[in-house]
Design a protein around this ligand. Sequence first.
Ligand code: T3D
Length: 262
Amino acid sequence: MSESDTVLSALADGVLTLTLNRPDKLNAFNDEMHLALRAGFERAHADENVRAVLLTGAGRGFSAGQDLGDRDPKKGVPDLGQTIETFYNPLLRLIRSLEKPVICAVNGVAAGAGANIAFACDITLAARSARFIQAFAKIGLVPDSGGTWSLPRLIGEARATELILTGRTVDADEAERIGLVDRRVPAGADRKTALELATTIAGNSPVGVRNAKRALRRGSDVDLATGLDVEDGAWRATAFSGDRAEGVAAFNEKRRPDWPGR
Ligand code: T3D
């Protein structure tokens, strides 16, 4: 399988869909898939035609995390600290720093790094068949891909601790109930629902979306006074933009806006 085959990429209506594509391995990450996914997110950063990203998996899984076949101690294990810095952390930084929204449709099992990559996305939908597993303690590891950062923020420290230390499976209903995902969607509708969501956002003002995401990211970890400053900065950067002028004009002229995107 070539590098590009391990992640399918398609751009339509401003939405770049990236599909993890190693279904026989439940889309476990090998080096090729890492590089292909990184290339997909680098394109999302650089290509102004991309206004939102949809991340999902082919087959019955979203991703089972690291390909453990490549970590067989009998075959010789690479420097694992190095693989985190070479692959997982750069990917997480790319996802979190993207100024366009990333919607994740978790179509099946999401284990280890596979789960934590899903939690790094802006909006995460879970199909009825989704399962989330902090698999690390079961194989003698601690979470990576930002799990110790994202889980307490999503579900609180006590629940995060329980999931990480037990490695138990969380199904889609529980994931929705405790706030691990934004919502559960009916069987077979995860990709369709995620695409509708992504297309809706991609049709909104790129400047508004970008600055709202920036304010949310920077504002969520600071006190109110700082948060208001952050929001004010985002507001000013948007209020004097061409998008704002076009948005108001389009409303008054009863037509769809044609966003300049600046
Ligand atoms: O090493 C580093 O660089 C450090 C970074 C680590 C990051 C991490 O992600 S660590 C966590 C790694 N992932 C896991 O520990 C999960 C391992 N997989 C499982 O526990 C189970 O497969 C699942 C709970 C995910 C799914 O169970 P189930 O019963 O639905 O499916 P299955 O039968 O176990 O798996 C189906 C196939 O996928 C099977 O192959 P086969 O027998 O049909 O040829 C299985 O071996 C393969 N598969 C599943 N997970 C992985 C995998 N192959 C390689 N790597 C995997 N992670």
